[in-house]
Design a protein around this ligand. Structure first.
Ligand SMILES: [Ca+2]
Length: 308
């Protein structure tokens, strides 16, 4: 099958990022053109190294470009308590021989977007720093960006502060720039991603399947995004699932903005489901997910005999 989604993944691996990257690489409807890295779960040096390790593990020739080393205005607050000190604790990857492109992520994105015959979908699964920079420095790229499907935000509560989801919390100003870009935007936030868990049975089934399953199993033993007893959160994988299985999600188009000033609420996404503000809708927000079918989809991808 010809791929129908030509994407750039902007990422901060991160254990759930590793799962999302693997799913995208293995999926025959997805053509991953470029992977760019950003500071988030851990420092950008580490997220870049992790992206290189993963791609080498998958024998992938998808290029990697390193991006922003810190949020636009703020100091990085990482989440190594969830993903481990390296960001990918739990599997002993060899030191990668693969190297980055040697140009900044926004330069690499610009070249990829402007030279692509097909419009590009951006799939940010970390803080939105690189995407905000790209749209600010090279707005001409917008003409060949089909849409943005990002993991982040929440229509309800947060997971890094009472009000804010981690990716938006880390760089609220960047998220605001992206949401105000006028592009076609889908938000996969905590309303669906905190429900999108893998069960202990799913994880056990992976273990014996193939070397990817063995690798992910190792990472999952160290992942603190949920637990094996209550389910492991596959936040970032939801953005990939939305691309190829949008029927698993209930969405609503509405006005979304980001609180950047609040003492307690900085990084909160204001999702105006009831149009209190009478503002034009600027994003499609995922509100419900069919979790059982999400798990089935996950298992079909990762237990496919053709994968590594
Ligand atoms: Ca991530």
């Amino acid at each position: 099958m010809e791929p129908i989604h030509h994407i750039i993944i902007d990422t901060d691996p991160g254990i759930d990022d590793a799962v999302a990257i693997a799913a995208a690489l293995f999926h025959d409807q997805i053509d991953v053109k470029l992977i760019t890295t950003v500071a988030g779960n851990v420092s950008c040096d580490k997220t870049t190294n992790n992206a290189l390790k993963l791609l080498e593990f998958f024998h992938s020739d998808v290029p990697v470009a390193q991006g922003a080393i810190k949020p636009l205005l703020r100091t990085l607050e990482d989440s190594s308590h969830i993903h481990g000190n390296s960001g990918l604790d739990g599997y002993d990857f060899p030191h990668p021989k693969k190297e980055t492109l040697g140009i900044h992520a926004i330069e690499a994105m610009r070249e990829t977007i402007l030279s692509s015959k097909e419009p590009i979908t951006l799939v940010p699964i970390g803080p939105l720093t690189n995407i905000a920079l790209l749209l600010s420095v090279y707005p001409e790229c917008k003409q060949n960006i089909k849409r943005i499907v990002f993991m982040g935000g929440s229509a309800s509560r947060g997971n890094h502060s009472p009000a804010a989801e981690f990716n938006v919390f880390v760089d609220p100003e960047a998220a605001k720039i992206v949401l105000q870009s006028g592009l076609d935007i889908t938000m996969c936030g905590l309303d669906v991603t905190s429900l999108a868990t893998l069960t202990k049975e799913n994880v056990e089934a992976l273990k014996e399947m193939n070397r990817t399953g063995e690798m992910l199993y190792g990472l999952f033993q160290h992942y603190r995004g949920g637990s094996l007893a209550t389910g492991l959160h596959m936040h970032d994988l939801c953005a990939i699932a939305y691309l190829v299985k949008p029927e698993l999600f209930v969405t609503k188009e509405c006005f979304v903005d980001v609180e950047v000033n609040g003492r307690y609420t900085a990084g909160a996404t204001i999702v105006d489901l009831k149009s209190y503000y009478q503002q034009q809708a600027n994003a499609k927000v995922c509100l419900e997910i069919r979790v059982e079918e999400f798990r089935q989809w996950f298992m079909e991808i990762f237990t496919n005999p053709s994968i590594l």
